[in-house]
Write a protein that binds this ligand. Structure first.
Ligand code: GAR
Length: 203
């Protein structure tokens, strides 16, 4: 029998996407092992979620290190000792540096709350509302050195209604994210059919 891949999830805040991945592993929807939570915000609720699920965590503060290279080197030591195969960014609000990218090339994915390349960076949901567009969505993509720029794996559209508020749009986007991310990870990790740069259709 094939061995399940070991995942590290990176989060900076609430961690609702992390929770969706935890739940998908427990329900059997996602054949993977959750080996580590990496979190750069000591007060983040994602840490409590890891504790509740019994998942080891590496929590750090960037300002305690001399450079990104320095904290990424320590991160890599934790990732290696947990035998991590694949990195899943889930609301990790920090660019990945070359130290970590070189070590896990082609094995880091991210979820972003817009139809990239539209609205990269912070507050993508607010950006879409301010722009007055009639649809936005969710993108899962491989991570490169840019800000939300790597090859797209899957996208899902979300309509923006006339009377949409930030809260209502956030809720719709999160609901889509929580279904899409585990499903994409399952395909990526177990079927190996989505290789670097190959894109699923938008629907
Ligand atoms: C999610 O909507 C995710 O797509 C977004 O942060 C949120 C985290 O929510 N990520 C980005 O904007 C990355 N550029 P969560 O902590 O509840 O999963």
């Amino acid at each position: 029998m094939k061995k399940n891949k070991k995942l590290a999830v990176f989060a900076s805040g609430n961690g609702s996407n992390f929770q969706a991945i935890v739940d998908a592993v427990y329900s059997g929807e996602l054949d993977a092992e959750l080996s580590l939570l990496v979190c750069d915000k000591p007060g983040a609720y994602a840490i409590e979620r890891a504790n509740n699920a019994g998942i080891p965590r590496f929590v750090f503060e960037a300002k305690a290190y001399a450079s990104k290279e320095a904290f990424e080197k320590e991160m890599i030591a934790h990732l290696k000792s947990a035998d991590v195969d694949f990195i899943v960014l889930a609301g990790y609000m920090r660019l990945i540096g070359s130290t970590l990218l070189n070590e896990y090339e082609g094995r880091i994915v991210n979820i972003h709350p817009s139809l990239l390349p539209a609205f990269p960076g912070k507050d993508a949901i607010g950006q879409a509302l301010t722009a007055g567009v009639s649809e936005t969505g969710v993108t899962v993509h491989f991570v490169d050195e840019g800000m939300d720029t790597g090859p797209i794996i899957a996208q899902k559209r979300v309509d923006i209604e006339e009377n949409e508020t930030l809260e209502s749009l956030q809720a719709k986007i999160h609901a889509v994210e929580h279904r899409l991310y585990p499903a994409v990870l399952q395909k990526l990790l177990t079927q190996g059919e989505m290789t670097y740069g190959k894109k699923e259709s938008v629907n």
